[in-house]
Design a protein around this ligand. Structure first.
Ligand SMILES: [Zn+2]
Ligand SMILES: [Zn+2]
Length: 161
């Protein structure tokens, strides 16, 4: 990876890994693990490349994450959610929170770990626990991710997001 100077002080930067940093958009909480970023001597943080935040967001909102059980949203005015296994209606009230963990693989870096914590709902027929819908997660993801970047002290790069 080529070296890049700090956007704020022009100092030299080094590749650093943030062990874990999280952001919330109620009720979704996203924790990023082993998030790579560039840090300078002054402690300024920036993405390893300007579009990195957008790449992560695109991945999280446009690709089916494996191992993320989610129902299907039906209805327009009054929404209901159907079980991904048997098609029966999911309970309207969440059962408990569950944390789903998976890795995101982007170009030129080691996989970034993602913990996604959300209430899960039980199917009234087969008892499988799942998220209400992928769509619901995707709506909340941009804000949760923005808060995680804020918590990691990474300002949005000029012109991005
Ligand atoms: Zn700096
Ligand atoms: Zn079911």
């Amino acid at each position: 990876m080529e070296t890049k100077s700090c956007d704020r002080c022009r100092g030299e930067t080094e590749l650093t890994l943030i062990e874990a940093v999280g952001g919330e958009a109620d009720p979704l909480r996203i924790t990023l693990k082993n998030l790579p970023l560039l840090a300078c001597q002054q402690g300024h943080h920036q993405f390893i490349r300007p579009q990195f935040g957008a790449e992560l967001l695109t991945h999280l909102t446009q690709e089916e994450e494996p191992g993320l059980p989610a129902g299907e949203e039906k209805g327009f005015f009054k929404k209901k959610y159907l079980c991904e296994s048997c098609g029966a209606e999911l309970e309207p009230k969440p059962d408990h929170r569950h944390t789903f963990s998976f890795d995101i693989k982007l170009d030129d870096i080691d996989p970034v770990g993602v913990d996604l914590s959300m209430p899960v709902y039980r199917c009234s027929a087969c008892a499988k626990e799942q998220l209400h819908s992928q769509k619901e997660i995707r709506k909340l993801t941009p804000a949760a991710l923005a808060h995680a970047f804020e918590a990691a002290d990474i300002p949005p790069p000029p012109g991005a997001i």
